[in-house]
Design a protein around this ligand. Sequence first.
Ligand SMILES: [Zn+2]
Length: 58
Amino acid sequence: MAKVLHCRDVGFDCEGVISGDTEDDVMTQAAEHARTAHDMDDITPETAEQIRSKIRDE
Ligand SMILES: [Zn+2]
């Protein structure tokens, strides 16, 4: 089972899907995706928590 984050669920109009073996793996990739695709240089702890809450098992 993989951890999957749909970028749309976080509130972006984006078809991006990020998957990884662990939540931390997904969070690392999500931070990179947010920075490169959405110009989010700073991810606050609050935003990180919001993102983490949207990670699902798939
Ligand atoms: Zn995205």
